[in-house]
Design a binder for this molecule. Structure first.
Ligand code: HEM
Ligand SMILES: *[C@@H]1O[C@H](CO)[C@@H](O)[C@H](O)[C@H]1NC(C)=O
Length: 188
């Protein structure tokens, strides 16, 4: 898988869980309907700064989201580019039900490249998720981070790496809990 973007040495020896829980995951991460205050406090509770929040959100330079994750934004919000809204409405019907799982790229411009276009989109009110656009609001407290990353890909890359390493250090399992995986993609 070649996406571009920065590299770093991943620390070895972290103990991973042997099971996964969808509901625990959904309770542990903020929903895309979150406002900036909620995002900041959820990240802060894990020791991640506001800068980390913005840098890590830059991961939405790749990947896709389902219509259900952004429907309310493209039909009801005003802080988004009108032509971008129309484009996304084309494959995400207003009524819930059919089309809920239709996909759209999180990064309008280069959805399979890891670059800083996500931040350029957000500056131009083309954030797909409500939570994406929260990072750049009229007079918003995180606007300066977004602008810096939109203008300076090197700064984004280095802040992203620092934040990924910090995220990888969050409350590891200890003692005999979990296991150190032989292959990081699967349990031993
Ligand atoms: C700031 C809080 C965040 C929120 C509210 C959020 C929310 C979401 C949502 C709703 C989706 C689409 C899921 C779907 O529609 O099924 C998504 C996709 C994605 N997110 Fe986030 N996310 C956040 C932070 C992050 C972080 C920190 C990373 C990694 C560093 C990340 C990486 C991704 C990736 C790669 C995808 C695409 C997945 C795919 O295409 O299969 N996100 N996110
Ligand atoms: C838009 O907002 C109205 C009023 O709150 C709500 O009834 C409607 O379901 C929303 N539409 C979408 C697509 O979220």
């Amino acid at each position: 898988l070649q996406l571009g973007g920065p590299n770093w040495n991943v620390k070895l020896g972290r103990r991973d869980a042997r099971t996964a829980s969808r509901s625990a995951a959904n309770n542990g991460i903020p929903p895309p309907t979150s406002n900036l205050n909620a995002l900041t406090s959820r990240f802060g509770a894990l020791g991640l700064s506001t800068k980390d929040l913005v840098a890590l959100s830059g991961s939405h330079t790749i990947g896709q989201a389902r219509c259900t994750s952004f429907r309310a934004r493209i039909y009801n919000e005003t802080n988004l580019d009108a032509s971008f809204a129309r484009t996304r409405q084309g494959n995400c019907p207003r009524a819930s039900g059919s089309g809920d799982n239709n996909l759209a790229p999180l990064d309008l411009q280069t959805p399979t490249n890891f670059d800083n276009n996500y931040f350029k989109n957000v500056v131009n009110q083309r954030g797909l998720l409500h939570s994406d656009q929260q990072l750049f609001l009229s007079g918003g407290s995180t606007n300066s981070f977004v602008s810096t990353y939109a203008n300076n890909p090197q700064t984004f890359n280095s802040d992203f790496v620092s934040a990924m390493i910090k995220m990888g250090d969050i409350s590891p399992l200890t003692g005999s809990k979990g296991e150190i995986r032989k292959n990081c993609r699967r349990i031993n």
